[in-house]
Design a protein around this ligand. Structure first.
Ligand code: ADP
Length: 512
């Protein structure tokens, strides 16, 4: 069997092995079975929020009666972390090498792992080599993931039929593309946009290797400014599109936020839904969190103080309960807006505020924060790199958490902050707008505020937001009320999972 390669028929979904697909679930919409396809999944492999979502949503869906199995590439970390592995399929030729589908589990997740050593058995993160540069064959690597997702979703593996294939971001977006070109019954398809900025764009020379009909490389298909765009293909062909907040769903239909795809987003607006992410409230639970020294809850909020001291000690900050500690846990890229924080640092230091920052990303930003910390010992503490334990300590020990993004599809750190009683200070964009209740007069009077929103995403508006934060900090009864509200907010996956279940059912109802 070949997977593309010869430009001939689309073998992944033209194979004769598929059992009659979907019969069970067509009869009972509330019992659908979903194949999620993703390039990252927590706790096995994570570079950002995508992994958090794909690691937590299946568990919430299972609890809501929607059985979800997830297909993920067989990177070394995934294969090493897989429990009870068993081979369920063999592709003798998947884009130039053998590939196996291994079924197993990890942290209660039901997984299918695409073990294609020639594509995924590599060091580095899922997309880049150890030198930080993208792998030259990422187009083929993630076309393979999409093709395998399409084939498996279409019932390739005996005993495993699916009603819905749910792809995440450009890395899996080829699954709905391949399924679109399959003749005959196929499962419904959903593509979730976690960040429209990442589009999986490759030279047109890739196209003949994908095994698709020539018509797929068109204005209403994969072609994007003479290149191939996996995301655009998925956006054209998935039955439904979702993104991770209602505000971002609206924003991406505009030129300002549409990343060049706003025309297509407007064209498909009727099929586009925004569903806010949740967080895994077992992993992010201050009452049981093994990564923080002092457990606490809404009723025992006084215990937070010990975490604040631990954080100050860890980052070399002056140990003081009265100093307002602002935390940051972020990628350091222009999206995240932390250059605007740099501009505001002198004012914050003058006001006696402390900064606890954990991040990694663009060299220039990393350097600027390291330099600022060196100039302000005891007031600014920075750690560059990825550190799960410190991320939890910052949430548990900071008084406020800053997320000044220029755009933010959903954002997860502000959700963690709410759960840990750290007051989020956010720009009013995307999911940040949808998850934080600004402490304006009306919200304060009604006693429902959970944080601060500022707008537009400029250094001046941020300064204004930080000024409002300081005023609230100096009024501790109001501050503590906000903290309790924040910790009361439902940031779990329960509601989002119910929305996804409804969406899947509506696709099945349409297709029956
Ligand atoms: P994005 O996916 O755009 O980076 P999100 O807010 O959606 O942003 O998700 C970021 C996730 O990655 C959160 O779970 C956050 O705690 C985590 N994270 C970000 N940077 C770091 C870091 N340097 N160390 C540990 N965790 C991090």
């Amino acid at each position: 069997m070949t997977m593309g390669g010869d430009g001939g028929s689309l073998i992944p979904i033209a194979m004769g092995h598929a059992p009659a697909p979907n019969t069970l679930l067509r009869q009972a919409y509330d019992m659908s079975r979903v194949l999620a396809v993703t390039s990252e999944i927590y706790p096995l492999i994570k570079t950002g929020g995508l992994a958090d979502v794909t690691g937590a949503l299946p568990l919430a869906l299972n609890a809501a009666g929607v059985e979800t199995i997830t297909l993920v590439p067989g990177y070394p970390a995934v294969l090493q972390g897989l429990k009870n592995p068993g081979e369920v399929w063999h592709f003798p030729d998947m884009f130039g090498g053998h590939a196996y589908v291994i079924r197993g589990t990890a942290a209660s997740l039901d997984l299918l792992v695409l073990d294609a050593p020639h594509l995924f058995n590599r060091p580095g993160n899922p997309y880049n080599g150890p030198d930080g540069r993208e792998w030259h064959d990422n187009g083929i690597r993630f076309a393979a993931l999409g093709a395998a997702g399409a084939a498996i979703g279409n019932g390739l593996i005996p005993g495993l039929s699916f009603d819905i294939v749910h792809a995440h971001d450009w890395q899996s977006a080829m699954a709905p593309v391949y399924l679109n070109y399959h003749h005959g019954p196929r499962p419904g398809t959903v593509l979730t946009i976690h960040n429209l900025a990442f589009q999986g764009r490759f030279a047109a020379s890739l196209f003949p290797r994908l095994g698709l009909p020539g018509s797929a490389f068109g204005f209403d298909g994969l072609e994007y400014h003479h290149d191939v765009s996996f995301l655009k293909g998925g956006l054209c062909f998935a039955d439904r599109l979702t993104t991770v907040s209602p505000t971002y769903a609206r924003e991406i239909t505009t030129e300002e936020y549409g990343m060049g795809l706003d025309g297509l987003m407007r064209y498909r607006a009727a099929s586009l839904t925004g569903i806010v992410n949740g967080i895994d409230d077992a992993v992010w639970n201050p009452a049981t969190d093994e990564l923080i020294p002092h457990k606490f809850s809404r009723g025992r909020i006084g215990q937070r103080a010990g975490n604040k001291t631990a954080l100050q000690r860890r980052l070399g900050l002056v140990e003081s309960q009265s100093a307002l500690v602002i935390g940051v846990v972020s990628r350091l890229t222009s999206q995240k807006g932390l250059d605007m924080l740099l501009e505001n640092l002198p004012g914050l230091i003058a006001d006696g505020v402390q900064l606890a920052l954990l991040g990694s990303g663009e060299r220039e930003l990393e350097f600027s924060f390291i330099e600022a910390a060196a100039r302000n010992p005891g007031a600014i503490g920075c750690v560059m790199g990825y550190n799960e334990q410190l991320a939890h300590l910052i949430q548990a020990g900071s008084d406020a958490l800053l997320v000044p993004s220029r755009f933010e599809p959903c954002g997860l750190t502000q959700l963690c902050a709410l759960r840990y009683g750290s007051i989020p200070v956010v720009s009013r964009v995307g999911g940040l707008a949808d998850t934080v209740i600004d402490a304006n007069e009306a919200a304060l009077t009604a006693g429902v505020a959970t944080g601060i929103q500022f707008s537009p995403a400029t250094p001046e508006a941020l300064e204004d937001g930080l000024r409002r934060l300081l005023i609230l900090w100096r009024n501790q009864p109001v501050w503590q009320r906000m903290q309790r509200n924040a910790m009361n907010a439902d940031v779990s996956w329960r509601n989002p999972a119910a929305h996804y279940a409804t969406l899947y059912n509506s696709i099945l109802a349409e297709r029956s």
